[in-house]
Design a protein around this ligand. Structure first.
Ligand code: SF4
Length: 291
């Protein structure tokens, strides 16, 4: 039977990603990024200390590339709908270039650190300028948000749900607001499974909203800064912080540093290479080594 070309292609991409990681991995710049502000403290510490993450897999890459296309498609459609989106350049080939790139230099509790971000754009709702954040979500991530909208038709209820369940988005837009000195963000959802932009209701076809307006909360932002100062203090001292999750939770399954975390100490004591627990890199690289 002939070898399936797609299967071959994925296998090659996986080999290339691993080879590239082994050859080219460098300690990242010492910046927190706006999209990771709610991440586990230990995972962020591992990243910024330069520990080698697990290799990206081709499906993860595909999801990211597909997300970029959704972002461009949403912005082009918003523009065609007459909305003026700032801080981006629309190219003739349909791609959209983001020009709102910021690095915040922060001193909090006498600790210095940076947060970097790239805005999806800005736009005016009425007279007020908002930062624009687009979230294109797969079915299972989009559905619970849509359900809150369908059940309540209340943006406040959606915002309340996000504050509890998707604080990553709320933290990210807060960083965007601080960088731009704007006091409100417009969060737009897209369902990747059926390409609907915004939140729609199957119960009431007239109930449509892009998503929610997130107002700036100084209290919430202070909490974010407290957390980042805590991580930065541990980066400066080199002392590993405790993990956010003492037991393995769903977030741990997708963590790039899982091989160094739960059970790593036991594996070291038994003189097992942490690398053998790493599904992709095999035993040829010492994943405990961050030099
Ligand atoms: S495996 Fe879980 S607890 Fe450990 S660093 Fe990753 S997210 Fe944090």
């Amino acid at each position: 039977m002939a070898v399936d070309p797609i299967k071959q292609w994925y296998a090659k991409r996986e080999r290339d990603l691993i080879a590239n990681l082994k050859k080219n991995y460098k300690r990242p710049r010492a910046n927190f990024v706006a999209s990771e502000l709610s991440a586990c403290r230990l995972a962020t510490w591992f990243r910024l200390m330069g520990y080698i993450p697990c290799a990206r897999n081709p499906r993860g890459e595909d999801y990211g590339n597909d997300g970029n296309l959704h972002h461009d498609s949403v912005r082009n459609q918003m523009r065609e709908g007459g909305m003026e989106i700032g801080d981006v350049t629309f190219n003739k080939d349909g791609t959209v270039e983001e020009t709102g790139i910021y690095i915040l230099n922060i001193t909090h509790k006498w600790i210095k650190f940076n947060i970097s971000m790239r805005l999806d754009g800005t736009l005016r709702l009425g007279v007020l300028k908002h930062t624009l954040e687009i979230k294109s979500l797969g079915y299972w991530k989009y559905k619970p948000i849509q359900k809150v909208w369908e059940d309540t038709e209340s943006e406040a209820a959606v915002l309340g749900w996000l504050m509890k369940n998707r604080v990553d988005m709320i933290y990210q837009v807060h960083a965007n607001m601080v960088a731009t000195k704007l006091k409100q963000s417009y969060l737009v959802f897209k369902d990747r499974s059926d390409c609907a932009i915004g939140l729609h209701s199957s119960k009431n076809p007239k109930a449509i909203t892009g998503g929610v307006v997130v107002p700036f909360s100084p209290t919430l932002w202070k909490g974010v800064l407290d957390k980042l100062a805590f991580i930065q203090r541990h980066i400066d001292s080199g002392v590993q912080p405790d993990p956010d999750f003492l037991e393995e939770v769903t977030a741990c399954k997708y963590c790039n540093y899982h091989h160094l975390c739960h059970g790593a100490e036991k594996r070291r004591k038994k003189k097992l290479e942490p690398a053998i627990w790493h599904p992709q890199l095999g035993a040829k690289i010492h994943l405990d080594d961050n030099k």
